[in-house]
Design a protein around this ligand. Structure first.
Ligand code: GLN
Length: 513
């Protein structure tokens, strides 16, 4: 068995006991990346010498008996939406292709302080907008279970990297399902924490009231290990919540007794593929055999969730992305070419005596914005900016954005009511297993509908986890989603771990690579 087949918890034990060094371990994962990633394209950037140097430094500190952090010597991959000081942070966008942030995101600083080895930056949908990873400006990620299929998005690089054993741990972000969806489609474990549990400082903003950072790993135990490092209050993020961080790694192995599971009627209806439903219902039977009780509950407003999300998220995105104007940072259009273009247009209008046309002609600043943004943003990002700008404009604000905020409150109330009766909600992560690359690219609506089961948690601000619970007839992973009341990550992880002690879906390995 290769070291890459072990979980982070197992690897940490070997490092602590001195059976392996971090340099060896990091080298093994870097070699695996070199062998496999040309096929998968999960990484946008690897800095082999830097990772090995960092590993050597941790090994030296260990050898001299110095105290080490909770992840000492373990490789961790970062979604390229997280700022890393002095190193490229692209968001898989041409706009930020050459951007090097001057500071670390709080989670990155926390991982460094915990002595993790940051092994590389992972591919994603541009600015985290997408559910298939096909919106990356640098080419899609391929699902390790079937390389003709999508890995899910937007944290598809992080999920595929864990599934293909290129890293034991990865970080993603989830605005409408971007951790849970790729975790489900790649057969790994992914947690979206409660809004406010993990600092968003240094996470490039997509939709600030929905975005949340979280881990992807092979097991709930590993997710618990790294969540303890990520979670906690941060004065630099006013929405991060100041409440104690439980010792997730210690409590994860405690089974829950008398667990009450709720199945939302609305999550087992239209759009859910038969084989996904069967795998999810089998998983629920496993919980029953472990002593859980199951009852049906209702989230009556969930039928509005997709529409609500696809107003709120683009509205916030259009506002957040206004900063990419070519003047502050990021891509700027070729100034000389732009001025020459303007001059040619001006002369032509002048020669034709078109004074109205001359009046309408952009000034140089507006033309610079326009060219910069149309060159820097891909089609999906442009679509979202246009949708959001339209919905926020005078006269439409009340009808769209304000209305969506009200529906969002109703959706949250549905969850509150359900959690009066049950401890956790259980259901599917995605309506179908991984679809083929290209299958939905020309159909944004069907792509958006793929988020049906995950966006509720973001709108309500609650936590959710995706765990492997079976395979389709084609051998593609199927995920089970658990959702919990706010700040009950401990419960989610304990329930996920219970399932993983009774099943072995999470131990399966993609056969093809
Ligand atoms: N698929 C959703 C979207 O395209 C969710 C993305 C995310 O969670 N970042 O907006």
């Amino acid at each position: 068995m290769s070291l890459t087949d072990l979980t982070a918890t197992e690897l940490l034990a070997k490092l602590t006991q001195g059976e392996i060094t971090s340099v060896e371990l990091t080298g093994v994962f870097l070699d695996r990346i070199a062998a496999v990633d040309p096929t998968i394209h999960a990484f946008l950037r690897i800095d082999r010498p830097a990772a090995l140097a960092r590993a050597a430094e941790i090994d030296a500190r260990r050898a001299s008996g110095q105290p080490l952090g909770a992840l000492a010597g373990l490789p961790v991959a970062l979604k390229d939406v997280l700022c890393t000081a002095g190193e490229p942070t692209t968001c898989a966008s041409r706009m930020l292709e050459n951007f090097r942030p001057p500071y670390d995101a709080t989670v990155v600083a926390r991982l460094r302080a915990a002595d993790a080895v940051l092994i590389g930056k992972t591919n994603m949908d541009e600015f985290a907008m997408g559910g298939s990873n096909e919106n990356s400006a640098f080419g899609p990620v391929h699902n390790p279970w079937d390389t003709d299929r999508v890995p899910g998005g937007s944290s598809g690089g992080s999920a595929a990297a864990v599934a293909a054993r290129m890293t034991p741990l990865a970080i993603g972000s989830d605005t409408g399902g971007s951790i849970r969806c790729p975790a489900g489609l790649c057969g790994v474990t992914g947690l979206k924490p409660t809004y406010g549990r993990v600092s968003r400082y240094g996470l490039v903003a997509f939709a600030s009231s929905l975005d949340q950072i979280g881990p992807l790993a092979r097991t709930a135990e590993d997710v618990a290990l790294i969540l303890g490092v990520l979670a906690g209050h941060d004065p630099a993020d006013s929405t991060s919540v100041d409440r104690p961080v439980p010792d997730y790694a210690r409590t994860v192995s405690k089974p829950l007794s008398g667990l009450r599971l709720g199945l939302a009627r609305e999550h087992f209806g239209e759009g859910l593929e038969g084989q996904v439903e069967r795998a999810v219902r089998e998983a629920i039977k496993v919980y029953e055999s472990l002593g859980a009780t199951v009852r049906e509950v209702s989230l009556p407003h969930s039928k509005y969730a997709v529409a609500t999300y696809y107003l709120i998220a683009p509205c916030e995105a259009s506002s957040n992305l206004a900063r990419y104007d070519g003047a502050h940072y990021g891509h700027r259009t070729n100034q000389e070419a732009m001025l020459a273009e303007l001059e040619i247009e001006r002369k032509a209008l002048d020669a034709a005596g078109d004074t109205e046309g001359l009046d309408r002609l952009d000034n140089a600043l507006v033309r610079m914005y326009r060219r910069t943004r149309s060159e820097g943003f891909g089609p999906e990002v442009r679509r979202r900016v246009m949708l959001g700008t339209y919905a926020l404009s005078a006269g439409y604000y009340d009808a769209y954005y304000l209305k969506a905020l009200k529906v969002r409150r109703l959706i949250r109330q549905d969850f509150d009511r359900a959690f009066e009766e049950v401890d956790l909600l259980a259901g599917p992560v995605t309506p179908t297993p991984a679809f083929r690359l290209g299958e939905k690219v020309d159909d944004p609506l069907s792509m958006y509908l793929f988020d049906l089961f995950t966006i509720g948690a973001n709108l309500a601000g609650i936590g959710g986890i995706s765990i492997p619970c079976g395979f389709s007839a084609e051998g593609l992973p199927i995920g089970l989603q658990l959702q919990a009341p706010p700040f009950e990550e401990e419960r989610l992880l304990r329930a996920a771990h219970m399932f993983q002690t009774a099943t072995d879906w999470h131990t399966r390995k993609p056969p093809a690579i």
